[in-house]
Ligand binder design. Structure first.
Ligand SMILES: Nc1nc2c(ncn2[C@@H]2O[C@H](COP(=O)(O)OP(=O)(O)OP(=O)(O)O)[C@@H](O)[C@H]2O)c(=O)[nH]1
Ligand SMILES: [Mg+2]
Length: 450
């Protein structure tokens, strides 16, 4: 599944397995999200199908009847064979129609080039279903990893995603004999995964991890240099509008796109209009439900920015009816990667998509939140003011006495601190400055040595 022109023509059929733990609105919303993920990869969704099962662990995942129905849609006539799991024989499997489902009889024979399951499949399940359907089969994790592979830009993100991808592919390498599959699950540098034997994968993983440690070391150095500044991190679900907000409050050109996981790298910019001292804002990777565990782990370092932030802005797409459960996911993942809850603000974004009544309901439900639209300059100014206010609260004010002989230092103070009062005497200048404790301590130490 390389990003070729052909990929844009791939027709995908999506399958949802409803289990006692995963059904109703949750399953419907998840399927809609899978459709967006698959579309982000350049596939066209031709239909969705759902089936009730007691679990997703069955050998063929679906009942044989349903498999045969789907095999018709993939053009694999009469290929389905095998024995039903006992539970299916007992009639437990049942076709359900989600609101989004198109009944399979309304879909033409052979309309699907790939089949995507909205759950995780074991390597052997993947192989079984692939054999029965005669087309490529993906699970949710495979799709997410593929998107991450395509969107990673910086060296760190590429390394992290490649490690997660190899971890995902390695067990599938052992169990499958289908060469195309590995080729499609992504690329190594100039070589397909198929060409790698298990040892080679292990070696490659070890090498990538070594490289990652060294890159992370460099990043840590850069973060330490910034550690005296007040840092704000934008965190949230994918497509909530973090990058758009970042662009608006920093006046920068950080890309925001209407696709899932547009941002995989952390970007740091200064708040604009600029403050003294500067306030830094970082944009981070977005989250999604059922984010593969490996990917969560791999984003530890990317999220280190959030870890070091003095203020976390939890951006949600308030126009998405499922934003509450999306917010839960964000809390869970941040907890998992150990981001402590520093001061935080819930930003109910995309308010331009809500009616005045809907906004009012949300304000009552979340009285401490800020309602914004990244497209409304007034909202951006309000958020800017809020951030500056929080940063200023963290600052302390001190009077610094500077002899005329050390006048040069005044320029430095003005460029890095906020000067609130100035008194000129015969022999000295008294400046009242506001800044963070570390910068002030450093300045006073320098003054002693003058
Ligand atoms: N109507 C409306 N659309 C918005 C708003 N903010 C962002 N968007 C759109 O929402 C889509 C996603 O925005 P991004 O800023 O890329 O979202 P993100 O949170 O950075 O997404 P990831 O990088 O995937 O995690 C884009 O099409 C934006 O134009 C808003 O306030 N109102
Ligand atoms: Mg983004």
């Amino acid at each position: 599944m390389q990003p070729t022109a052909k990929a844009s023509l791939t027709n995908a059929l999506l399958i949802s397995i409803c289990t006692p733990d995963f059904k109703g609105d949750e399953a419907t919303e998840s399927l809609a999200e899978l459709a967006r993920l698959v579309t982000t990869l350049g596939f066209k969704v031709v239909g969705t199908q759902s089936q009730k099962q007691s679990s997703t662990k069955k050998v063929n995942v679906l009942g044989l009847g349903k498999l045969a129905e789907i095999a018709h849609l993939t053009g694999n006539q009469g290929a389905v064979e095998g024995v039903e799991d006992d539970e299916n024989l007992a009639g437990e499997a049942e076709l359900t129609l989600n609101p989004a489902d198109i009944p399979s009889e309304n879909l033409p024979f052979g309309c699907a080039d790939v089949v995507v399951f909205d759950c995780d499949l074991s390597p052997s399940q993947l192989r079984n279903v692939e054999n029965q359907l005669g087309v490529e089969v993906f699970d949710r994790t495979g799709i997410i990893i593929e998107i991450f592979s395509r969107h990673a830009r910086t060296k760190t993100a590429k390394l992290q995603v490649e490690i997660a991808r190899l971890n995902y592919v390695a067990p599938r390498l052992r169990e499958t004999s289908c060469g195309d599959k590995e080729r499609q699950m992504g690329k190594g540098a100039g070589e397909t995964t198929l060409e790698l034997n298990r040892r080679a994968v292990r070696d490659q993983l070890a090498e990538l991890k070594r490289e990652l440690v060294s890159v992370q070391h460099e990043m840590k150095g850069r973060r330490t240099q910034r550690s005296e500044l007040f840092c704000v991190a934008l965190v949230g679900y994918t497509n909530a509008g973090k990058s758009s907000m970042m662009r608006a409050i920093t006046g920068s050109d950080v890309a925001g796109e209407n696709k899932l996981f547009a941002t995989l790298d952390t970007t740091v910019r200064a708040l604009y209009p600029a403050t003294q001292p500067r306030i830094l804002v970082s944009d981070t990777v977005g989250f999604i439900k059922k984010l593969p565990h490996d990917l969560v782990a791999s984003f530890h370092s990317t999220l280190a920015e959030a870890h070091d932030a003095s203020l976390l802005l939890y951006v949600v797409d308030a126009s998405d009816p499922s934003f509450r459960s999306q917010l839960d996911v964000v809390h869970e993942v941040l907890e998992e990667v150990g981001v402590e809850d520093s001061k935080k603000l819930l930003v109910l974004n995309k308010s331009d998509q809500l009616s005045a009544e809907q906004q009012q309901v949300l304000i009552e439900e979340f009285p401490d939140a800020m309602m914004t639209s990244a497209r409304n300059p007034l909202d951006i100014a309000k958020l800017h003011k809020y951030i500056v206010g929080v940063a200023e609260n963290e600052m302390i004010e001190e009077e610094i006495v500077i002899p005329y002989t050390a006048k040069g230092i005044i320029g430095e103070i003005r460029s890095s601190m906020s000067v609130t009062k100035e008194d000129y005497d015969y022999s000295e200048i008294k400046l009242t400055v506001r800044s963070n404790a570390i910068d002030l301590a450093r300045l006073k130490k320098r003054m002693l040595n003058l």
